[in-house]
Every structure is written in structure tokens, then in C-alpha cells.
Design a protein around this ligand. Structure first.
Ligand code: IPE
Ligand code: IPE
Ligand code: MG
Length: 254
């Protein structure tokens, strides 16, 4: 009997680095819990491993010249999880920021947090402030962590700010255009989103960057976040580079 050989995706890193890379990558870091369960470990062990992986992938992205990486760490819907898990997820970033700070400095990475920071525990808010301040002048790459972030909430807040400006006579209704909306989003200082990666098999957006995703390329993989390493990132980049981004126009070059 003839079995078709399964093609192993071996990507050529050198070739990928010579071709245009996405400027801005967003990642929905999913599958930490399932990763741990598969190994007979508590879900928290998956989150721990996932946090370590954020450090590795961030450094790699900075090294190869990605300008912005935006990762989803805690959604406005994640408060529905068991109290114990939430408690762990509120402590984890404090240690993460402390351990990562010297590397952020070394790699010239600016740290930014989007989401409702003021609803986070005080010690985490302080840490966010501290690391944001420490890295604010770094120019190589921006690492944005979405913490207590929900895209619908972000859009709601943008609308409220715009409405207030109209009410105060600072802005006319017919001046509200796409760029005004963009300027009022939490991502206003980041380049346009080029590539969105979701790990662990779910084919949904889960309230992440709804506006920003308008013309991003979407990449879904069944690999759990803690297993998403250098090879998997290059596979995603190769896939992105093979796409024909038309932005609604005609582009028959590919
Ligand atoms: C992603 O992993 C991290 C967070 C949402 C905090 P999950 O915790 O969602 O892991 P799964 O999806 O249950 O495997
Ligand atoms: C999305 O993952 C949120 C984060 C990765 C922080 P979830 O695991 O919360 O998403 P759903 O519940 O599967 O949509
Ligand atoms: Mg999940």
C-alpha cells in the first residue's frame, strides 16, 4: 500500500529574513491550561510556562526586526474563571515584569500595557507603571501586553472620549473619521496590525483588537502557546509572506 509522505514544513529562516516581515504581530496566547493538563500538571504550570515563552518570542521578534508585538494575556472575560486561577494570573505578571526588565533594557524594547489597568490589583498597577517608565525611551520594538483588555470595551471608551470632545465643542461630528477613531484607541501609537496568530486550535477572535484586525492576515495553529517556539514563529512568517495582501484592490503579482 502506498502512503503519501507527510510533508514536513521546513522553513528557510535566511530566506524569510530577506523578505518583508510584518511590522506588527498580535498573538492570542491560548492553550496554557490544556498544555498543562496533558502533562498532568495544574493549569497554573501552563501559565508559568506560557509567560516564559512570551519572553523568548519577544526577544526573537526584536532580534529579527519586528517593530511591534501585542500579546493577549488576560481578557475582560477572563474574570469569569475560578478565583484561584485569577489570583495566580494577577501575581504572575509581577514576577514576569521583574525577571524580564533587564532583558527589555538590553534588547531596547519598550513595554506598553493596554486594557483597564486601574481595575487590576494595586501591586500589579505599580509594577506596570514602573516597567513602562523604565523602558519608555526604548526604540527597537514595542511589546504591548493586553491585560484586562477587551476590544468592545476599548471601542466603547474611544466613543465616549470622542463624544465628550464633540460635547465640549472641540470636534465637529463630520470630523469623525477612521483616523480620529484610531487616535482614540489604546493602540494609537502602534503601527498597523499585519499578522494575528492564535495558538491552540480555536478559530475565533475572543474580543481581541476587532478594529485593528480589519486587514490583518490571520494565522491559526493547533500548537499550544507554551510549545510555540522559534520554528513555529518562522512557519507563521513564511505563511504570511506567501499571502497576497490586496487591501481591496487588485494585485496579481502573486
Ligand atoms: C491562555 O491559556 C491564557 C489565558 C487566557 C490567561 P488558557 O488558560 O486559555 O488555556 P486553555 O485554553 O484553557 O488551554
Ligand atoms: C483568549 O483566550 C484570551 C487570552 C488569551 C488572554 P480564552 O481562552 O479566554 O478564549 P476563549 O474563552 O476560548 O474564547
Ligand atoms: Mg483558552
Amino acid at each position: 500500500m502506498f502512503f503519501k509522505k507527510k510533508r514536513k514544513l521546513k522553513v528557510n529562516q535566511e530566506q524569510i529574513l530577506k523578505a518583508p516581515l510584518p511590522q506588527h504581530i498580535a498573538i492570542i496566547l491560548d492553550g496554557n491550561g490544556r498544555w498543562a493538563k496533558k502533562r498532568g500538571l495544574p493549569r497554573t504550570a501552563g501559565h508559568q510556562e506560557g509567560a516564559m515563552n512570551v519572553r523568548e518570542i519577544t526577544k526573537l521578534c526584536a532580534t529579527i526586526g519586528i517593530k511591534a508585538l501585542t500579546v493577549y494575556a488576560f481578557s475582560t472575560e477572563n474574570w469569569k474563571r475560578p478565583e484561584e486561577e485569577i489570583k495566580f494570573l494577577m501575581k504572575l505578571p509581577i514576577k514576569f515584569f521583574d525577571d524580564f526588565a533587564p532583558e527589555l533594557v538590553e534588547h531596547e524594547i519598550r513595554l506598553k500595557v493596554i486594557g483597564n489597568v486601574e481595575q487590576l490589583p494595586k501591586d500589579l498597577q505599580q509594577k506596570v507603571q514602573e516597567i513602562t517608565e523604565l523602558t519608555k525611551d526604548n526604540k527597537k520594538m514595542t511589546l504591548t501586553i493586553a491585560l484586562n483588555y477587551g476590544s468592545q470595551d476599548e471601542i466603547k471608551q474611544a466613543i465616549q472620549k470622542i463624544a465628550l470632545e464633540v460635547q465640549n465643542g472641540e470636534l465637529a461630528v463630520d470630523e469623525i473619521d477612521e483616523s480620529v477613531i484610531e487616535q482614540h484607541l489604546m493602540t494609537c501609537d502602534l503601527p498597523p496590525l499585519d499578522l494575528m496568530i492564535r495558538t491552540s486550535g480555536e478559530l475565533r477572535i475572543s474580543n481581541y483588537l476587532l478594529w485593528q484586525l480589519a486587514y490583518a492576515e490571520l494565522y491559526f495553529t493547533s500548537v499550544a502557546w507554551p510549545d510555540f517556539k522559534e520554528e513555529q514563529l518562522y512557519e507563521a512568517l513564511a505563511d504570511y509572506q506567501a499571502r497576497n495582501r490586496r487591501f481591496g484592490a487588485l494585485n496579481e503579482s502573486k
